[in-house]
Design a binder for this molecule. Structure first.
Ligand SMILES: Cc1cc2nc3c(=O)[nH]c(=O)nc-3n(C[C@H](O)[C@H](O)[C@H](O)COP(=O)(O)OP(=O)(O)OC[C@H]3O[C@@H](n4cnc5c(N)ncnc54)[C@H](O)[C@@H]3O)c2cc1C
Ligand SMILES: NC(=O)c1ccc[n+]([C@@H]2O[C@H](COP(=O)([O-])OP(=O)(O)OC[C@H]3O[C@@H](n4cnc5c(N)ncnc54)[C@H](OP(=O)(O)O)[C@@H]3O)[C@@H](O)[C@H]2O)c1
Length: 349
């Protein structure tokens, strides 16, 4: 309350009316900032290999940084069993050790040329420990929003605690997003898919070969995942078909006893002409066919130009564009029809 205390006049004079003063307006309290200011610090989203290496680089260069990871541990995609991990039980790296490890933190000598997903996860854990990264990361925290502010000179990063669901916004001088991308499956639609009575599984949900046992399996796509699943199908399913919509080069993991990416790198360093370097692939093909035959993997039918790996030379033409349409019947049998394209003498239906 604002006002003047009334005091009686000492000489009995009539009391003066109290002087009315204009009430002084108290300034409204400044609104609480809607963010916690982290000054010059940067935020790093994700504690997979990219998030970890970014965090380490910032800290090593004297830049304060906070990491946020929605899972309870580091490793990202390699954190097998985590909600967004996409490795499966049999996953080993496709890149050999020297092409996978961080240059300033080599993988242990005890690791094989192509480490398993468990070894890779363990390696990232050691990396985080070695560079003191864990204490800078808030685990179990989702970054739900990141907005550029101050004309792009800062970022308001909103983070949600997965346990309490509490959201807090921090203002950072910079932001590194290492949130990965393999966690987001791309699911194609095929005519007849809605009424197909078999199980349709995206490889994002493929965790191991159990799901293939006793079944007839069509694997669509020949990225590394498609090839891995096709091989596991050949070993575990009743029958496996592998469908690709174009030709591919299939490289074995070893060539002349060395990891083939290292051989390719050596050839590249020699600056040999492309045509000569491609001869490596010819050797690869001979090797892989013989490997498949040794492993007795007849169940895989490579539905690319040529219908088998042996005569297929799947990578040679690159002209094949096979569109596989999955149709259904009530016995949940897979029927495959293919658009007939320029398959030369190997056309099929
Ligand atoms: C089966 C498989 C095998 C592979 N093999 C190889 C290989 O041999 N060699 C190779 O080099 N690459 C390989 N890759 C590629 C693989 O993506 C990389 O190895 C690597 O994991 C990518 O690292 P990243 O840090 O970018 O993303 P990720 O490893 O995916 O990590 C992203 C992290 O960000 C977190 N995150 C995402 N969004 C948020 C958010 N909003 N808030 C908080 N946290 C978030 C995730 O939880 C995750 O921990 C393979 C991929 C797959 C699927
Ligand atoms: N370490 C390992 O052994 C390993 C194992 C698995 C995965 N990975 C890595 O994980 C990442 C993702 O690999 P990925 O194999 O899952 O994905 P990918 O490399 O993107 O391959 C996807 C495959 O699906 C095909 N495809 C896409 N849309 C299609 C459609 N609508 N109809 C038919 N075919 C379609 C693609 O054909 P087109 O080529 O014609 O587009 C391609 O063959 C890569 O970085 C890979 O190296 C590594």
């Amino acid at each position: 309350m604002c006002g003047m205390a009334q005091t009686p006049a000492p000489d009995g004079a009539p009391e003066k009316p109290p002087v009315r003063r204009r009430a002084t307006k108290r300034a409204a309290p400044a609104p609480e900032p809607a963010y916690v200011d982290r000054g010059d610090a940067w935020a790093v989203v994700g504690a997979g290999p990219h998030g970890l290496s970014a965090l380490k680089a910032l800290l090593q260069n004297g830049i304060a940084a906070d990491g946020y990871e929605r899972e309870s541990d580091v490793g990202g995609n390699w954190n097998f069993g985590a909600e967004n991990s996409r490795v499966y039980e049999s996953t080993h790296t496709i890149s050999s050790k020297p092409f996978t490890q961080f240059p300033d933190f080599p993988m242990p000598d005890s690791y094989p040329d192509y480490p398993s997903h468990r070894q890779v996860k363990e390696y990232f854990g050691r990396y985080a420990d070695h560079f003191g990264l864990r204490k800078r990361i808030s685990f179990g925290h989702d970054v739900v929003r990141a907005l550029p502010v101050e004309d792009g000179r800062a970022w308001d990063v909103t983070v949600r605690d997965r346990v309490s669901a509490q959201e807090t916004t921090y203002r950072y001088a910079g932001l590194v997003v290492g949130n990965g991308h393999n966690w987001s499956p791309k699911i194609p639609q095929y005519p007849g898919q809605d009424t197909f009575s078999g199980e349709i599984l995206h490889s994002a949900d493929y965790k191991g070969a159990d799901v293939l046992r006793g079944r007839r399996v069509l694997v669509v796509g020949a990225g590394n995942t498609g090839c891995d699943v096709a091989v596991e199908g050949a070993q575990n399913a009743v029958h496996t078909w592998h469908s690709t919509r174009r030709g591919y080069y299939y490289n074995p993991k070893y060539m002349t006893g060395r990891p083939s990416d290292q051989v390719a790198d050596s050839l590249l360093a020699l600056r040999l002409p492309l045509g000569l370097r491609r001869t490596q692939r010819a050797v690869d093909r001979i090797q892989i066919v013989s490997i498949l035959h040794r492993l007795r993997v007849p169940a895989i039918r490579f539905e690319t130009p040529g219908t088998s790996f042996r005569e297929g030379d799947v990578g040679r033409s690159g002209k094949c564009d096979v569109v596989v349409v999955i149709e259904t019947n009530q016995f949940a049998e897979l029927q495959m029809t293919s658009e007939r394209r320029s398959l030369g003498r190997h056309s099929f239906h």
